[in-house]
Design a protein around this ligand. Structure first.
Ligand SMILES: Nc1nc2c(ncn2[C@@H]2O[C@H](COP(=O)(O)OP(=O)(O)OP(=O)(O)O)[C@@H](O)[C@H]2O)c(=O)[nH]1
Ligand SMILES: [Zn+2]
Length: 360
């Protein structure tokens, strides 16, 4: 499944998670690990076969955008080497068995120069605020984390060519609600088809909806992702890469730089890559998918995204699945006496159905 697990206490992180000191700094306590006092902070921007490409971050953890001038200006390049340099690393020491994915904040030691051939070691992974996961399919027991520390899931769907698949959108929404990630629905190719029907379908959920088309600047989406960590997710061919290139004007160079570090050319199509957003934050481009495997998604967490219905569920008999046609489901009662909109209940039920069977 994909779930974004918030570190709010309402959901446990995977048991491998390092229990680290919370807070903005990601350096180990010098007292505990004096040998790593000189570690530098970074964010994992790409992962490939045990190699982690990290981008050095400023001391406060902020992404440092290298800027388009980096190749021309020696001073800018020097500044980038300080903060913003790409560092190739392997997991070492205490984190050898700790899962590390794109978006993880790490501490690096060893050769952190970022020079060609240099290899650093990750000695610490900061506590995660969220983990976006999915499985290959619904029966796949192994949840694969894809991105850590993201706060928005941008569900990219084309209005035409390929036609929108509401089943996939619904499943992405379930994953977002399940983990506490804020979903944004981005409808692309608005030059080809009208967005009215989809807006109507998703309006009851209160989800943020933006559209994009080639002749209009994606200003609204840019605003939504600036200063945050956003994951772009969608079916192949919906226009994700086109959108990323407009949001991160030097995305192609960035991906090229990442590939140059890893010495491989597969990142664009086969794995997630985190790109620094010019105005701050990160956007994680993910490969196009056909489906979205959901594992054990919690009914309660999806329900929690519908505040008034979650409240009404207090009147349900224990173990109620809230399915349509049950005699004593409190959600129907809430709609009957005007405490909830019928369209909201219908939307919730559609999502619960999209999520599959289990009532856990
Ligand atoms: N008409 C129209 N075409 C678009 C728009 N956005 C993207 N396209 C076209 O749609 C095709 C697919 O776009 P991509 O950006 O490669 O799609 P993607 O989602 O990144 O696809 P994957 O890399 O397979 O995941 C390209 O031919 C784009 O030129 C749009 O807003 N309108
Ligand atoms: Zn019920």
């Amino acid at each position: 499944m994909t779930g974004v697990r918030r570190d709010s206490g309402r959901r446990e992180l995977d048991e491998d998670d390092v229990r680290a000191r919370p807070g903005k700094g990601s350096r180990p306590r010098t007292r505990e690990r004096p040998e790593h006092a000189d570690a530098v902070d970074g964010v994992v921007v790409a992962v490939d076969r045990g190699r982690y490409t990290c981008r050095r971050t400023a001391a406060d953890g902020r992404a440092v955008h290298p800027g388009p001038e980096r190749a021309r200006d020696e001073r800018a390049r020097a500044a980038r080497d300080q903060a913003g340099a790409l560092i190739e690393a392997i997991r070492g020491g205490a984190v050898r068995r700790v899962p590390v994915v794109v978006g993880d904040r790490v501490s690096l030691v060893g050769d952190t120069s970022g020079r060609p051939g240099a290899l650093a070691r990750i000695v610490r992974r900061a506590e995660r605020t969220s983990v976006l996961r999915r499985t290959a399919d619904d029966t796949d027991p192994s949840e694969r984390p894809i991105v850590a520390n993201a706060d928005r899931l941008v569900i990219v769907a084309a209005l035409a060519d390929p036609p929108p698949r509401t089943g996939l959108i619904d499943r992405c929404l379930v994953a977002a609600y399940d983990g506490g990630l804020e979903p944004v629905l981005c409808l692309t190719k608005a030059d080809l088809a009208d967005d009215g029907a989809l807006r109507e379908l998703y309006r009851p959920l209160g989800v943020m909806i933006v559209t994009s088309r080639p002749d209009v600047d994606p200003a609204e989406l840019r605003e939504l992702i600036t200063g945050r960590v956003s994951v772009m997710f969608g079916h192949s061919g919906v226009g994700k890469s086109t959108l990323v290139n407009r949001l991160v004007p030097d995305a192609a160079q960035e991906i090229g730089a990442v590939n140059a570090v890893t010495g491989r050319g597969r990142h664009t199509s086969s794995a997630a890559v985190a790109l620094p957003v010019p105005g701050g934050g990160w956007v994680v481009d993910t490969p196009g998918v056909r489906s979205f495997g959901l594992g054990a998604v919690s009914l309660a967490r999806v329900l929690a995204a519908f505040a008034e219905l979650a409240e009404a569920a207090a009147d349900c008999p224990p173990g109620c699945t809230h399915a349509e046609g049950l005699a004593d489901c409190g959600l129907d009662e809430a709609v009957r006496d005007g405490r909830a909109e019928p369209a909201r209940l219908a939307s919730l039920r559609r999502l619960l159905a999209a999520r599959g069977g289990s009532a856990a």
